[in-house]
Design a protein around this ligand. Structure first.
Ligand code: NDP
Ligand code: 8X3
Length: 259
């Protein structure tokens, strides 16, 4: 039987769109209390209001750039007192920038991906997990990618950041052994969100082409799996999950129908 999420405080990073927003929508009817973090205030506010109208859910929007170590620790330390005991952390904020060759890519793109996907995830983890250990209760979900398991041309730095997420999940689970705090790593294949629009600097046509002729996952498909992982009984740790579209079997194998 799924464990109840009632009164569990859940921090979702990258909640302003895609997988993070889908997690928020699916968690809203469960009785969980939601802290929705991202850099853009407007979509966070819109989601907060929509969820509050549709469900009797407590939601706290938190404008936060996970790349800023000090801002992360201050933001968590300064949460209203009854929001500070975070039970579930969904480390989902992340991005890719460009598809340039490793020997040609703009350095700024590397900095953005490494600072967000690796260092940002670490800053949030470092801030939140000590409280979980002290309270003998908690669950960390890290969103990696199939790109962390297989490298594709032009993707080497993004892929490396997601391989790092995988190592960090493994390392956190090892370091938490002997505590009841759980760690789940989830690696999705192609998911149609704002991800490719961000990767291609706002070029929506280029982004659309990534999913052309195939049926990608949706943010909701991934949120579904995350909800499964966080509702297992306390003695069950779903450590590692790969979730792929039926139309995709590896980063190199995507079945596309003529349109
Ligand atoms: P989206 O672009 O739709 O969402 C990314 C989220 O991350 C946004 O809410 C964005 O919010 C947030 N974000 C980015 N940078 C920062 C930052 N510095 N501080 C705080 N929040 C930030 O893409 P997805 O939903 O697809 O991506 C979510 C995660 O899933 C990422 O880690 C991605 O790598 C991973 N993933 C995606 C796949 C895909 O095919 N889409 C497949 C496998 C994994 P804002 O801009 O408001 O800060
Ligand atoms: C996102 C999936 O294959 O576009 O992590 O890198 S992929």
């Amino acid at each position: 039987m799924p464990a109840s999420l009632a009164n569990q405080t859940v921090l979702i990073t990258g909640a302003s769109s895609g997988i993070g927003a889908a997690c928020a929508r699916q968690l809203a009817p469960t009785g969980a209390r939601l802290i929705l973090a991202a850099r853009r205030a407007e979509p966070l506010q819109a989601l907060t209001e929509a969820l509050q109208q549709q469900h009797s859910v407590e939601v706290l929007p938190l404008v936060l750039d996970v790349r800023q170590a000090e801002a992360v620790s201050t933001a968590i330390a300064e949460l209203p007192e009854d929001w500070r005991a975070i039970d579930i952390l969904i480390n989902n904020a992340g991005l890719s920038r460009g598809l340039d060759k490793q020997y040609e890519a703009p350095l700024d793109d590397w900095e953005a991906m490494i600072d967000t996907n690796i260092k940002g995830l670490l800053y949030v983890t470092r801030t939140v997990v000590p409280g979980m250990v002290a309270r003998h209760h908690g669950h960390v979900v890290n969103v990696g990618s199939i790109a962390g398991r297989q490298t594709y041309p032009g993707g080497s730095v993004y892929c490396a950041t997601k391989a790092a997420v995988r190592s960090l999940s493994e390392g956190l689970k090892l370091d938490l052994l002997g505590t009841p705090v759980r760690v789940t790593n989830i690696d999705p294949g192609l998911v149609e969100t704002e991800f490719s629009v961000v990767r291609f600097g706002g070029d929506a046509d280029l982004a659309k082409g990534v999913y052309q002729g195939m049926t990608p996952l949706t943010g909701d498909d991934v949120a579904d799996v995350i909800l499964f992982a966080i509702t297992r009984p306390a003695h069950v740790n779903i450590s590692d999950l790969l979730v792929m579209p039926t139309d995709q079997s590896s980063v190199f194998h995507v079945h596309r129908r003529a349109e």
